[in-house]
Write a protein that binds this ligand. Structure first.
Ligand code: ADP
Ligand code: ZN
Length: 699
């Protein structure tokens, strides 16, 4: 008989089990009822699919999610494992057809929805099947304390008892709370189960919190730098989803959207466009994601803070199921807290549960503010012990931040708020500090108070962002309600009394340089072509991880290709030749013999960072100050970017009346040295202007 490791290699193409998988599988194969708690994306399915291939009879998988069933069955079939599903999406005829096939022993795995367990025809079917194993996916659905209770799950124990062959039972969930765990074991009537709780860590995910930036700007910059990657953007409300969707599409990104206010047809279309890689981005409320098994989601951005850590980890966990490096970014603003409080107030929960929700919310808010390791924060929240305090892979640990003393600015803001009698919101306070002449400011006579225009060298957005940071840091508080008023806290008062200083942590956002490995693109489009023909999502043909390894190791023949992670026997036979041919063609035509792996995050190069800042409208002087780099260096950055083909608006640096004189001078003394040119010109023409002209005319 084959071993579980052989099955893993032969069908799934993986060399080794991940943490916990082997023990769970051994327990099941040993005949014990088994209860496994693993985080989203850790690889639960393999824990019942591998035993299913080793048991003599059929395995019944009970799963609450119809969409997931089809996906899983497609995926199993693509690797040569005979499987099927029965649920309400099928016609009666098709159900009958599949039942007959099951009778004939055509399947190793059969997926069913819990409601099906009561249907007469199904019960009859199970009487004549030899059922070895029953796997219960999303087992927390049996408990009312879990977050997605499904009454149908209460049928499970009765169903299991009715089966004479006395099958092994395995229950799987990602929900960690103690009371839900106990509830599941009791309600499913598991017999002295072996319980496995694997670590909740997801090593391949990078966690970041971005707190003091303009969200839309950040988002646009990020997706622009990750154009070819799949990502989910979560927003708190339908309105926000619609809004972001229209912004992104106007900016030329092809993004889908998903929320409960859309009709079913639209939702399905948008979801499929995303799963099939027709659109790389989906903007969604938390209604999206249950039952989405897409393995190549490279980033999950939360445009708003979710209501608690459980939701956050589940949603963020949809990134990087294939184990490849992926990013989870949370964009925080003080407004998010108000939205969540509002949503809690709207629920009909009793006061105890409401308080519980508020407590969880506070933990989420703390996550957004902590300077500690974010991964450690999450893992400890889920009760893990002995978690290292530096993971090296979160925005706290990659501590590329600068602490800037903003006490002076804080004092100006705080005294302005006091002068305005703590009666207005952030926007108006910002306008007064900016020295705006807008109608409301003038009508209220706010242009005559002493703090008017104190921060006029900043733009309004910068001032508002600054105020938001003070709120986030608890120097200021916002009242609840539709028009929150900003007030000083005790902490804010101590700053005014010069008892406390204020620092702002400015994250130097690491942007990714675009991948330029041609092969990755070639293999990806090949994968897409095949997927379209076979009507399955591209990641079912090959996961991103497999494509990445192909780019890295450039397999030349079937033997080498079979060593790639995710290439099992069937896929080797089906796709081996076309992929090897494509790789050969690429290596034959390319001068680079071994291209670098592309998916590693790469730090943005210094000159490009300068360029990006310039594009945001920040002046060279300001950039030089902010980046603490010499003006000369900053100028050279821009010139270098231009030389590398980045578009530069030269009119920013060259005065029209100087252009011709400079050109003449260059003509006369040549362009190999700058000093003689400078000396040949009037003194008010600086080096930047000269360099710009040389670059502009490619001299
Ligand atoms: P979960 O159900 O726990 O959220 P899945 O079962 O969907 O996670 O698995 C997530 C991904 O990890 C899938 O793409 C799966 O193929 C992959 N995977 C699972 N086990 C392994 C393994 N041992 N080696 C490599 N990849 C694995
Ligand atoms: Zn960390």
């Amino acid at each position: 008989m084959e071993t579980s490791t052989q099955v893993l290699k032969k069908y799934f193409g993986y060399d080794s089990f991940r943490e916990g998988q082997q023990k769970i599988i051994d327990s099941i194969l040993g005949g014990s009822d088994t209860f496994a708690v693993m985080p989203t994306g850790a690889g639960k399915s393999i824990c019942y699919q591998v035993p299913a291939m080793l048991f003599p009879g059929i395995t019944i998988v009970i799963s609450p999610l119809i969409s997931l069933m089809k996906d899983q069955v497609d995926s199993l079939e693509s690797i040569g494992i005979p499987a099927s599903f029965i649920n309400s999406s099928l016609s009666n005829m098709e159900v009958q057809n599949r039942i007959e096939k099951a009778y004939r022993g055509d399947y190793k795995l059969l997926y069913v929805a819990p409601e099906r367990l009561e249907a007469g025809s199904f019960i009859e079917l199970t009487r004549s099947l030899s059922i070895s194993f029953i796997a219960i996916d999303e087992a927390h659905c049996v408990s009312q304390w879990g977050h997605d209770f499904r009454p149908g799950y209460r049928n499970i124990p009765g169903f299991i008892e009715s089966i004479k062959s006395n099958p092994v039972v395995g229950a799987f969930t990602a929900t960690a709370t103690e009371n839900v765990r106990n509830d599941v074991i009791n309600l499913l009537k598991l017999k002295t189960p072996k319980v496995f709780v694997t670590g909740f860590n997801r090593e391949n995910l990078t966690f970041s919190v971005i707190r003091d930036e303009n969200k839309t700007d950040f988002l646009l910059k990020y997706i622009n730098n990750n154009r070819e990657k799949s990502g989910i953007i979560y927003a708190a409300t339908r309105k926000e989803v619609d809004n972001l969707h229209s912004i992104l599409n106007k900016k030329g990104f092809s993004a889908g959207k998903y929320h409960a206010g859309m009709n079913e047809q639209d939702r399905i279309e948008n979801q499929e466009d995303f799963i099939y890689d027709n659109k790389h981005i989906i903007i969604a409320t938390n209604a999206f994601g249950m039952g989405i098994d897409k393995s190549n989601v490279r980033y999950v951005i939360h445009y708003n803070m979710p209501k608690n850590i459980e939701s956050y980890y589940q949603e963020a966990g949809r990134a990087g199921r294939d184990g490849e490096a992926s990013e989870c970014i949370l964009l925080f603003s003080a407004q998010d807290v108000i939205i969540q409080k509002f949503l809690i107030e709207q629920t009909l929960l009793n006061p105890d549960r409401k308080n519980n929700e508020y407590k969880k919310l506070q933990n989420m808010v703390d996550y957004c503010h902590t300077d500690r390791c974010l991964r450690q924060y999450i893992l400890q929240y889920f009760g893990e012990e002995n978690v290292p305090d530096n993971c090296g892979n979160c925005s706290s640990c990659n501590n590329d931040t600068d602490l800037t003393d903003v006490t002076q600015e804080a004092k100006m803001v705080f005294s302005c708020i006091l002068r305005m009698k703590q009666r207005f919101g952030i926007v108006l306070v910002g306008e007064v500090l900016k020295g705006s002449k807008n109608k409301k400011v003038l009508e209220l006579g706010l242009n005559s108070i002493s703090t008017y225009g104190l921060l006029k060298t900043y733009n309004l957005k910068q001032i508002k962002d600054l105020i938001n940071v003070f709120v986030a840091e608890n120097y200021l508080s916002l009242t609840e309600g539709e028009f929150p008023v900003v007030r000083l806290t005790q902490k804010g008062v101590s700053v005014l009394k010069s008892e406390e200083k204020v620092f702002q942590r400015i994250t130097k956002q690491k942007l990714k340089v675009k991948d330029d490995n041609g092969l990755f693109e070639i293999l990806r489009s090949l994968r897409k072509e095949i997927a379209e023909k076979e009507k399955v999502p591209p990641y079912i043909v090959f996961a991103d991880s497999a494509i990445n390894e192909m780019c890295k190791y450039l397999p030349k023949d079937e033997e080498q290709l079979s060593k790639i992670k995710g290439v099992g026997e069937i896929k080797l036979k089906k796709y081996g030749k076309v992929f090897i041919d494509a790789i050969k063609e690429y290596t034959g035509s390319s001068s680079i013999s071994v291209p670098a792996v592309t998916d590693e995050p790469e730090e943005v190069k210094s000159h490009i960072e300068t360029y990006n800042m310039l594009k945001e409208g920040i002046s060279l002087e300001q950039i030089s100050k902010e980046r603490k780099l010499k003006m000369l260096t900053i100028q050279d950055h821009i010139i270098r970017c231009a030389a590398e083909g980045y578009k530069v608006d030269w009119s920013m640096f060259i005065k029209p009346e100087h252009e011709e004189i400079i050109l003449n001078a260059v003509n006369e003394v040549g362009s190999s040295k700058l000093k003689p040119i400078k000396e040949a010109l009037p003194p008010q023409i600086d080096y930047m202007e000269i360099k710009s002209v040389i670059c502009k005319y490619k001299l």
